[in-house]
Design a protein around this ligand. Sequence first.
Ligand code: ADP
Ligand code: MG
Length: 211
Amino acid sequence: MAKDTLSIDETRDMMVAVAKAIIEAEPILTDADRALGDGDHGVGMERGMNAVLEAIEGEEFPNVGKVFMSVGMAMMSSMGGASGAVFGTLFRAGGKAIKDSGTLGGAEAATFFKEGTDNVMSRGGAKPGDKTMVDALMPAAERGAEVADQPVSEALAAIAEAAAAGRDASEAMIATMGRAKTLGEKSIGKPDAGAVSVAIIAKTMADFAAA
Ligand code: ADP
Ligand code: MG
């Protein structure tokens, strides 16, 4: 049954599902980063998500925001590097913005993606079009604002669709941030690895809420 809101425990279980989906997608993420970067994104995300499972599985949280903040802290402390900082920021800042909420509805999901994206951009310095995870996050955040009044299952489905479209749009971009920027026009034709991760994260959240 599609859900109006997720409880704190359901939000935690949703993030457990996200962690497992990313661990399973390690080869896909490795390939994506090998094409444009140094190939460590899959292994880094796998390490981060194993730390997430250790931090949240079966734990009790006082609000939904804390679930995401714990995810962010586990990623930040276990992954290191550029992606540890940016993915850690996404979850910590997004979670902090909804830390007074006892349920995850469409409004909280929208706020999570909006605040998470804003903080990734202000701390990491990437703008839309630089061929980074921001190219999946920004459309997700914008779509979130349009669907914030909907049940969480509907809102997350729309957000996930926008994130996937953003990932696909990153294929045509020339990288101007991070390691891939030295490739110049050779970076065209493949999606950004971080954007691939964001699309998997959003899709798994949506699938959980729809189940
Ligand atoms: P590293 O760049 O240290 O090898 P990863 O390979 O794990 O780290 O992650 C690379 C991904 O991180 C990129 O595909 C991009 O989406 C994201 N990324 C890196 N730097 C930034 C940044 N400054 N802003 C937003 N995203 C970034
Ligand atoms: Mg890399």
